[in-house]
Design a protein around this ligand. Sequence first.
Ligand code: C5P
Length: 304
Amino acid sequence: MLSVVPTSLTVRAPAKVNLHLGVGDLRPDGFHELVTVFQALSLHDDVTLTPSDALTVRVTGEGVRDVPTDATNLAARAVAALAERYGRDPYLQIDIAKGIPVAGGMAGGSADAAAALLGAATLWGLDVGRDELDEVAATLGSDVPFSLHGHTALGTGRGERLIPALARGEFHWTLALAREGLSTPAVYRELDRLREVGDPPRAGSPDALLAAVASGDPHRLAPLLANDLQAAALSLQPGLRRTLRAGIEAGALAGIVSGSGPTCAFLCASADDAVDVGTELAGAGVCRTVRVASGPVPGATVVP
Ligand code: C5P
């Protein structure tokens, strides 16, 4: 056991894209039953925890205006939940450096929560196994367990029950970040509404997609990307159709709304192609800004 208590600790946690997002019925608890395939991408938030005399949050980076710095911040809730469970004082200063788009459908808040959980557990020297951390993670949000684990995984339940999925090689992505965010509950509500009045497409089984991910072939994966929330995100932000079209015209193999959106994720044949697609998208004026990323990458990790 290490006797020196570190003064502060930084944990890095990745963004995610849903390669497959099948949304089932609305459950009595207000969540939808999901079958989803997550992939963690090389776009990160860094969360630094420093022992303090109060639980405080500071946020830097893009989109910080929209991130709460009070007790409702998901990283603060993560620290409070862990402290409560293990009988600790939750007094940490939390510094979040955002690299993941805020309200973008890429699990930025969940990444912060996962990073805070791992960071606080490490800083406090808690004897907590991965299963216990997962349990706390699931109470914070549907995507938080995946943000801890990273890589590629099949998620069921409300997304919190994970089975690792085999992925060969590296997939290359261009991300088009939107000017305005979308609220996840609002997108799910819009899908419920669309399903009441019509029959939007359903993603079906992820089996073929999982085989494509295991093959490492982006050409095979591209036509299988599917997201039931896409129709709802497009209904709330119709301009995203233009963004999706522009990415394909720029040479992407496929484009999809990431999770509940509004970030659009474009699968590309190579890292060079991803840069080319990003350059074209930026020039076309169909998004606020672009990023390139690759996946899969690991989940929340303590930065040495
Ligand atoms: O779990 P999380 O806090 O990320 O969920 C945010 C909101 O998204 C939920 O309150 C719910 O409205 C919606 N949601 C859902 N079904 C899921 C996951 C999220 O309806 N499986």
